[in-house]
Ligand binder design. Structure first.
Ligand SMILES: [Fe+2]
Length: 352
């Protein structure tokens, strides 16, 4: 019995999703294929018909569909093969399987293969349109759910970035507060960042954002260093030296609750390691020292030598470069010194 035109709406309202679908009808009996396609076309869907598994596969590879309605017994194979194919590659495409009453077991097999519904032959057009409507609603809910989830994930990522930016801004204030405690180190982090980035630009595959952030924050742990140790004009006692050497780990403790970028934490933790393994806190040697930390180590030393200290005046730029070159292979990574030498031959303008 054929029904008149049916206004197919999904789940009652237009807000519930698209009412029109692209449908692939896989059926080898021309009369059934034609009836199904005509009925669905009449209510606004776009239909393609395939009469074999092979033809259906061609259609699926050339076009995209919202719904596949397939017979099970096809001349060159089983419609269940198509169920598996569609669900493996495009799981949100809805698949309806047409089976005879005698093939209830096949219908169950189809559902096990994640077919979304089945139509028991002979079905009337009411069954067909209801089946298609359910499939469309299901598909729309899947797509909406996915979109919601992706949107939510994007929001979570964006929020995490905002929190990280806010945290980095506040740590930046901490760096300024730290440097304000010692007039001899004012601007140290900015200069170390500038020298590090200049060297980093001359090396291959350096993440300059990570290098910049790590260089800015490398001494953040000194916020926990006692002030009289930080500003002591004379030589440090062993206890004072041990105390000041805790600043890399203190920096990691300050940053690790929010900064989860290993390269940034590696700079903070390992910028006082030496190429020969005699540094601290982990006594790493050679390429075991994180690359960005090796760059910052050179930049840090350059700024320390060329800045005044409570116990000595600044030394000239050329002398500092010479001293760093003397430390190549013992204190510093020779490859980085080889790059830093030419890049930093002239003092960089650190006012910008
Ligand atoms: Fe340091």
């Amino acid at each position: 019995m054929e029904q008149g035109p049916v206004s197919l709406r999904v789940a009652n309202t237009e807000e519930s999703g698209p009412a029109h679908a692209r449908v692939l009808v896989v059926e080898d009996q021309p009369a059934i294929a034609r009836t199904v396609a005509q009925a669905l076309t009449r209510i606004g869907h776009q239909c393609q018909v395939a009469d074999t598994v092979h033809q259906a596969k061609l259609s699926l590879s050339n076009d995209s569909f919202d719904i596949v309605i397939t017979d099970v017994h096809l001349p060159d194979g089983s419609g269940l093969e198509l169920v598996r194919l569609v669900k493996d590659h495009t799981p949100d495409v809805q698949v309806l399987v047409m089976t005879a009453y005698a093939d209830v077991k096949i219908a169950i097999d189809a559902l096990r293969l994640e077919a979304d519904d089945y139509l028991l032959k002979p079905f009337d057009l009411g069954d067909l349109t209801h089946g298609v409507q359910r499939a469309l609603t299901h598909r729309w809910l899947i797509l909406e759910n996915r979109q919601y989830r992706e949107h939510l994930e994007a929001r979570v990522v964006e929020q995490a970035r905002r929190i990280e930016r806010l945290y980095l801004a506040s740590t930046r204030s901490l760096v300024e507060a730290l440097e304000a405690r010692d007039p001899h180190t004012r601007g140290h982090s900015d200069r170390v960042t500038k020298y590090s980035v200049a060297v980093g630009q001359a090396l291959a595959e350096i993440d300059l954002d990570q290098l910049t952030t790590g260089a800015q924050l490398h001494d953040i742990g000194k916020i926990g260093t006692r002030e009289h140790v930080l500003n002591k004009p004379g030589p440090l006692t062993n206890e004072e030296r041990d105390h000041i050497r805790q600043h890399p780990m203190m920096g990691v403790r300050i940053l690790s609750p929010i900064v989860n970028v290993p390269a940034i934490l590696g700079i903070v933790r390992n910028h006082h390691e030496r190429w020969d393994g005699a540094g601290y806190p982990d006594h790493l040697a050679g390429s075991a020292i994180p690359l960005l930390a090796r760059i910052v180590a050179v930049a840090d030393a350059l700024d320390a030598i060329t800045s005044s200290r409570a116990y000595r005046p600044p030394r000239r730029w050329n002398e500092a470069i010479d001293e760093i070159q003397r430390g190549s292979g013992s204190q510093f990574d020779p490859d980085i010194v080889a790059v830093a030498g030419p890049v930093l031959r002239q003092p960089l303008d650190v006012t910008r």
